[in-house]
Design a protein around this ligand. Structure first.
Ligand SMILES: [Zn+2]
Length: 295
């Protein structure tokens, strides 16, 4: 009875262990199946997203954010390399100012001073140049004294493309003398080109006598703003305030505007050539490490 009872208990125990093991296996299988299903579901979801994104790309309507920004970067890069922008800079110099009134005449008790006319035209030239996207530096913007040194310094220190000095003429000995002339320094080829181009442009003004371009040198018409300028420079004598008719015109706002427009036209006519020459010079000096020009 004791031995038989022990065998019976052993059999019951074995059966119990087998049942527990079978149960565990079953639970394990169910667990694996659930995991498998979840995995497949995630996989399908991920595939669907990929298809949606690539589908939009094919249509070309809505590229993903990452691609848009990289495309924009590329676009910017190509724009930078394809369109190198050269910024043109002109110094506009209104002659005289402050206690230096320039030339002057008194007509019927009224004092007419060159310094006011030069500033009026200079401001008009500035506005027109800026409208064309050209950088402008003014030697003065009000009625104040500025030395000739300071004027040329502004040009030399900023490596400007052109220095344009604006003046009026006078000739007391013969008040019938009238007309506009442009001066350049004797060895300033670019200055001469600009002077000639401006002179051509002003010929279109009806009634204006274009007196031509003139050389400035140590011997004659020794203008400091041209002599001490390392940059291309032109000095314009817009007309004679000693001539009654011309003085009236020079004081007229519409005539001043017309002059300013022609000066700017003369400058603009040369700019494409100058920019091209500038590019060549930059390439040349980069390899040569050139010395500063002049003294
Ligand atoms: Zn003057």
């Amino acid at each position: 009875m004791r031995r038989g009872g022990r065998r019976y208990r052993q059999r019951v125990l074995v059966r119990y262990v087998v049942k527990v093991l079978a149960g565990l296996v079953l639970v394990g299988v169910v667990f694996l199946m659930v995991c498998g299903c979840l995995y497949l579901r995630d996989l399908a979801k991920a595939r669907k997203e990929v298809q949606e994104v690539s589908g939009k790309n094919v249509e070309g309507t809505e590229p993903s954010e990452v691609e848009t920004s990289s495309m924009e970067e590329q676009k910017e890069e190509t724009q930078e390399t394809e369109q190198p922008e050269y910024k043109f800079t002109v110094v506009v110099d209104a002659g005289h100012g402050g206690n230096d009134s320039g030339t002057n005449v008194t007509i019927n008790g009224e004092l007419i001073e060159e310094k006011h006319i030069t500033l009026d035209v200079a401001e008009k030239v500035r506005d027109l140049l800026e409208e064309q996207g050209i950088d402008v530096l003014m030697t003065r913007v009000r009625d104040e004294y500025v030395s000739l040194d300071e004027r040329t310094q502004l040009s030399n220190e900023n490596m400007t493309d052109l220095f344009l000095s604006i003046h009026c003429n006078s000739y007391d000995d013969d008040t019938s003398v009238s007309g506009l002339e442009c001066y350049y320094w004797e060895d300033d080829q670019e200055g001469m080109d600009y002077a000639a181009s401006i002179q051509e442009a002003v010929k279109e003004i009806e009634g204006l006598r274009a007196r031509g371009i003139r050389e400035s040198s140590h011997k004659s018409n020794n203008y400091e703003v041209l002599r001490e300028n390392d940059r291309p420079a032109v000095l314009i004598e817009m007309g004679f305030i000693t001539n009654d008719e011309e003085r009236e015109k020079l004081l007229d706002d519409a005539y001043q505007q017309m002059l300013a427009e022609k000066f700017v036209q003369g400058i603009l006519n040369l700019i494409p050539e100058k920019v091209e020459a500038q590019d060549k010079q930059v390439n040349k000096t980069e390899s040569e490490n050139s010395l500063p020009e002049g003294e």
